[in-house]
Design a protein around this ligand. Structure first.
Ligand code: UD1
Length: 357
């Protein structure tokens, strides 16, 4: 039996890892140990995902959080190395682009444990983003790279990955697997008070480039307040955003709620008129649920959403207002398949097994 260690730490990683864990159980032959770095620690940001998605309990929780990038990544690196030395896995698997991802990949690589990267090859081409730094460095030291899209494969080829000693696979997107799986799952759901199906905009904001830049935060708050007068805006608020808005004394007048679990998010998405976000994951989830999206960022890794006309980058009040006006009247959505067949989890596990043989 081969042993792999899965590193998770931040909210979207719980969703992605749940898909692969389920495939591991189904296909057999691999023992998986989950290591939670502790990056996200509030009940609503972490435990609720493990409960709802039936993810195996982490074998280790490293409890590293609320630190600057250097200290956070450094402490994770040290603690993950210790776990690897103790457990001696055949491979370490990381997801996405967070500090937990980079720390995991680097810890394993330095002691010659093969690294697998799920969601490899994505680029925003903005090196100031911590996520862009994390994903480029993680890709470069990974032994097996699982790309969600054709664009991701092209990005790697342009960077010369054909000449680098690693395997590259187009696996499809595990988030698409998750959306299909959990959409089918029946569950109790109560609409937040005052909202009706099809009659609100679902919004999330948490990126450092927005929350830590006062000018951008001001424009975003003004844009959302304006929109809210025409169509209710529902904002499940990330703790980082809450803190920053309070510190800045900004008057946000939309409907805010605590962060929600994945199952509620799916229900909220399914009923929204459209989506406004700076999250990488939610841009795609909007697409899975046939919702248009305005993205509050200068670039996106999911360029195929832009070229297919279902996502628009908005970086000023004028762009936001025009985009929102357009989407309030929009009633159609194109039929295109961009993220695989919903089988990415099993695809990844088969490739891991072949790699470890
Ligand atoms: C991180 C990832 C980002 C990912 C996001 C998903 C990095 C660099 N960024 O951003 O790529 O899209 O997670 O949500 O890894 N906090 C709490 N409770 C929590 C979690 C966070 O209070 O449960 C606070 C932290 O103390 C910190 C702030 O929120 O002050 C930001 O958390 P952090 O983990 O640094 O980054 P995210 O913004 O969540």
């Amino acid at each position: 039996m081969k042993k792999i260690i899965t590193i998770v730490g931040a909210r979207p990683q719980f969703v992605k890892a749940a898909v692969v864990s389920r495939a591991i159980k189904k296909l057999g032959g691999i023992q998986e140990l989950i290591v939670h770095t502790g990056q996200h620690f509030d009940h609503n940001m972490s435990d609720v995902f493990f409960e709802e998605m039936e993810i195996p309990k982490p074998a280790y929780n490293l409890e590293v959080n609320s630190l600057g990038h250097g200290a956070m990544t450094g402490r994770m690196l040290e603690k993950i190395e210790a776990v690897c030395l103790e457990e001696k896995p055949d491979m370490l698997l990381v997801y996405g682009d967070t500090n937990s991802t980079l720390a995991g990949a680097l810890a394993a690589k330095k002691i010659h444990i093969p690294v697998g990267h799920v969601e490899a090859g994505l680029r925003s081409y903005n090196m100031r983003m911590p996520e862009e730094q994390n994903r480029i460095l993680t890709d470069r030291i990974s032994d097996i790279l699982f790309c969600p899209t054709e664009t991701a494969i092209d990005n790697l080829q342009r960077e010369g990955y054909d000449n680098i000693d690693c395997e590259i696979h187009r696996s499809g997107d595990v988030m698409y697997d998750a959306a299909l799986f959990y959409k089918k799952k029946q569950q109790d759901f109560t609409m937040p008070e005052g909202l009706v199906s099809g009659g609100y905009v679902l919004c999330t904001i948490h990126r450092a480039e927005n929350t830590d830049d006062m000018e951008r935060m001001q424009f975003i708050v003004e844009a959302l307040n304006n929109l809210h007068k025409k169509l209710p805006v529902l904002l499940p608020m990330h703790p980082r955003t809450k803190k920053k808005i309070e510190e800045a004394g900004l008057a946000l007048k939309v409907k805010t709620i605590d962060p929600v679990g994945y199952l509620d998010m799916v229900q909220l998405l399914d009923r929204a008129k459209f989506v406004v976000t700076d999250s990488g994951g939610l841009q795609k989830e909007a697409f899975f649920f046939k919702k248009h999206c305005l993205t509050l960022r200068p670039q996106t890794e999911w360029v195929e959403l832009i070229s297919n006309g279902v996502n628009q980058l908005v970086n000023s009040l004028e762009e936001f207002n025009a985009g929102a006006e357009r989407l309030m009247k929009e009633n159609s959505f194109p039929e295109v398949n961009l993220y695989g067949t919903g089988n990415a989890g099993e695809e990844i596990v088969e490739q891991i097994k072949a790699f470890l043989k």
